[in-house]
Design a protein around this ligand. Structure first.
Ligand SMILES: [Zn+2]
Length: 258
């Protein structure tokens, strides 16, 4: 169900065990060759496909409530590149908290922040951590955050011609997916070079701005992108998202193990 197409009466009739999906992404530079709305477009496509899926308990479309995609992300690390937009990191935490608490106020208990941008991972986890502490007397809450490409699916297993081992930024994976759905928006990639993602201090975490790592804006190897690889990625990521939604639908309302 798509929240933006419903009346409040329709929402009010829903079981409060209906999982609420809050998609969050970004508008930020994606190198010389991809549009700034890449993360939002890709997450929107993954959700569109997942929403249309049929599962053992029937069509997904009738079992989860999906809010409009929240496109303003935590993208301060990209602000040196014109066109990038960002909420300040602490403002972003408050915005996420408000969206989740809106639905807790309406009585819903199962909430998923479904993310499509690396910079949102830590804020989404922090917000749900804080909310869980705040509502510590409630034992029927399922507060989950997830990033669609980190749910376990490995596109490279299905297509060994993928060069990269993981999703990076404006990289082979993201470029392939935009090529699959909006090829007219992808600039020339054949002369782009691989920008490595090693930071030299892992597994310790070093704080960074994008300019530290890439002057052109991408990280990874977009020159190897193809629309077919993009289709593989979408099918793997959509399957992972549907599986997570199924888990949230099937949760018994109390157990730690979902
Ligand atoms: Zn991206």
């Amino acid at each position: 169900m798509l929240l933006q197409e419903m009346t409040w009466l329709m929402v009010d009739k829903l079981s409060r065990n209906t999982p609420v999906i809050i998609p969050v992404a970004a508008l930020e530079q994606h190198g010389h060759h991809l549009p700034v709305f890449t993360d939002s477009m890709l997450l929107g496509e993954v959700i569109r496909r997942a929403h249309d899926a049929d599962i053992s308990t029937g069509p997904v479309a009738s079992q989860v409530l999906i809010t409009p995609l929240f496109w303003l992300g935590n993208s301060e690390h990209h602000l040196d590149f014109p066109g990038s937009m960002s909420a300040s990191p602490r403002v972003y935490l408050d915005l996420l908290r408000d969206m989740v608490e809106n639905f807790l106020f309406h009585g819903f208990r199962r909430i998923l922040i479904l993310n499509g941008h690396g910079g949102n991972i830590v804020p989404a986890q922090q917000v749900l951590f804080e909310i869980r502490q705040k509502y510590r007397d409630k034992h029927d809450l399922l507060l989950v955050s997830a990033t669609y490409w980190l749910l376990g699916g490995q596109p490279k297993r299905m297509d060994p011609s993928l060069f990269q081992d993981q999703v990076l930024h404006a990289c082979e994976y993201e470029t392939s997916m935009v090529m699959r759905i909006r090829p007219e928006l992808v600039g020339p990639v054949q002369n782009l070079e691989t920008i490595g993602h090693a930071d030299g201090i892992a597994p310790a975490h070093r704080a960074w701005i994008t300019k530290d790592r890439s002057t052109c804006g991408h990280i990874g190897s977009p020159q190897f992108a193809t629309p077919a690889k993009g289709e593989t990625c979408f099918s793997v990521f959509q399957t992972d998202v549907v599986r997570l939604w199924q888990q949230m639908i099937a949760w018994d309302g109390k157990s730690w193990v979902v």
